[in-house]
Design a protein around this ligand. Structure first.
Ligand SMILES: Cc1cc2nc3c(=O)[nH]c(=O)nc-3n(C[C@H](O)[C@H](O)[C@H](O)COP(=O)(O)OP(=O)(O)OC[C@H]3O[C@@H](n4cnc5c(N)ncnc54)[C@H](O)[C@@H]3O)c2cc1C
Length: 416
């Protein structure tokens, strides 16, 4: 079924009886050309592009829970392509271009909203760093503006300019950045993949791999054995656990990141604002809630819920930069498990096991990468070679010394 204004009008007039299922609920087959493990944004996008762009349609996405139950439905919905390094910026700009055409591509309303992202500047050194970053962005066609303090004040007068511990000295702005309704992205990609013949199988946990003579032959699941020509793993915070079943140890640590939503307010914040000096970022959802977050919880965990010290830290960050947030009531909060890589950049790569491919290490930033990650992973699975924008995301880069240390803070996940 094609979604359109005419269809909506027709269904409105006829009691909404004609809407079909958004995707099928098939029984798993005994064998697929490609099995994708993980029905998050990245796994579903991979399946969509495999079928649509590369013509590989005998594909299954195996999800242990439900579509959108992982980080794709838990993030703070921010998309941007404001990176500095060559290994990253072309990839994230490719992603931004895919976001800009996503709703047409999927025929699905993902509420892509390019309301702009503003990274606040608090010191002369930070201004220099952001000027360099802005120049790199412009070289790749991403667009960037450097604002002084007065220009920032005009756009967001409610910030703490006058009594702040970290006075605002300006901002780096990307007008094309913004937000996208996160779970609609999962649903849209699921629908797109399903329409091209991909089987999306929920409540199907992968419990092991069948590997013989260095080649992967299939996966053991809670719904039985499924054979596969190739297997792509895109399980985000569960990466280390799943790849351990194939005997691999990854340069990844799992940490919790929390998100918060306030009660609905009248339109207050025009776009996304980030406060690097205290680590706090905030935007406003279309329902009016302030959506915000801060640091990861400091220790390793697979628990999908956060802890109070970080709640306090995020609240302090919010109060420091935007004191009026203290008047808003917190509606809800939740946690998601982050696959933190050692240099803050992701992996999209083959493994030493023939036919087994890995996508992960997305840290805080994998939502904005969803379209490009899916596209590049589909390219790798289909052709065996990396997509031109993802050549740097190698698993062996710590051995070869080719780290992509975007923030220049070294190999410590809690710093990225
Ligand atoms: C609170 C929070 C805020 C964030 N904010 C942002 C943001 O503003 N912008 C941004 O760019 N990024 C953000 N991120 C990061 C982003 O959400 C993730 O990097 C990205 O969603 C990860 O990829 P995914 O969507 O495929 O993951 P997921 O949705 O987690 O998908 C992985 C799936 O694999 C499944 N799985 C795991 N093990 C198995 C198994 N054995 N068998 C079968 N299935 C399995 C899981 O159930 C899960 O559904 C945030 C994350 C969190 C938690």
């Amino acid at each position: 079924m094609k979604y359109s204004a005419a269809r909506l009008l027709w269904e409105g007039l006829t009691g909404h009886k004609g809407w079909g299922r958004t995707w099928r609920d098939p029984e798993p087959k005994t064998h697929y050309d490609v099995v994708i493990i993980g029905g998050g944004g990245h796994g579903l996008a991979t399946a969509h592009y495999l079928a649509k762009v590369y013509g590989i349609r005998n594909v299954a996405v195996l999800e242990k829970g439900w579509i959108g139950g992982g980080n794709v439905g838990r993030n703070t919905t921010i998309v941007r392509s404001n990176y500095l390094l060559d290994g990253n910026e072309p990839f994230y700009e490719f992603s931004m271009k895919l976001w800009e055409n996503l709703e047409q591509d999927l025929n699905y309303n993902a509420m892509v909203s390019q309301r702009g992202i503003m990274n606040l500047i608090h010191s002369d050194a930070q201004r220099d760093a952001f000027r360099r970053r802005g120049n790199a962005m412009m070289l790749h066609g991403a667009g960037a503006e450097l604002l002084d303090a007065e220009q920032v004040r005009k756009e967001v007068p409610f910030l703490n300019f006058d009594n702040a511990r970290f006075p605002i000295k300006g901002a780096l702005v990307q007008r094309r950045g913004g937000t996208v309704r996160h779970d609609a992205v999962a649903w849209g990609y699921a629908r797109g993949a399903d329409q091209n013949g991909v089987d999306i199988i929920q409540n199907c946990e992968v419990t092991g791999f069948k590997i013989e003579n260095g080649k992967v032959l299939g996966v053991e699941t809670s719904r039985g054995y499924i054979g596969a020509g190739k297997v792509g793993v895109a399980v985000a915070g569960n990466s280390s656990k799943v790849m351990a079943k194939a005997g691999m140890r990854l340069p990844i640590e799992s940490h919790v990141l929390q998100a918060f939503v306030s009660e609905g307010l009248k339109p207050t914040i025009p776009g996304v604002i980030t406060f690097g000096a205290g680590h706090f970022y905030v935007s406003q959802s279309d329902k009016g809630g302030l959506v915000f977050g801060g640091d990861i919880d400091g220790y390793n965990t697979y628990a999908q819920r956060g802890n109070m010290p970080v709640v306090e830290d995020v609240a302090e960050g919010g109060m420091a930069i935007m004191p009026m947030i203290g008047r808003a009531r917190l509606l809800r909060m939740w946690g998601g498990i982050m696959d933190m890589s050692m240099d803050g950049s992701p992996y999209i790569d083959k493994t030493h096991i023939d036919g087994l491919f890995f996508n992960g290490g997305w840290c805080y930033g994998g939502f904005k990468a969803t379209p490009a990650s899916g596209y590049a992973f589909a390219h790798l699975l289909a052709t065996g070679s990396p997509h031109e924008t993802a050549t740097a995301y190698r698993l062996d880069r710590f051995k070869t010394g080719k780290m992509i240390d975007e923030k220049g803070v070294g190999a410590q996940p809690n710093l990225h």
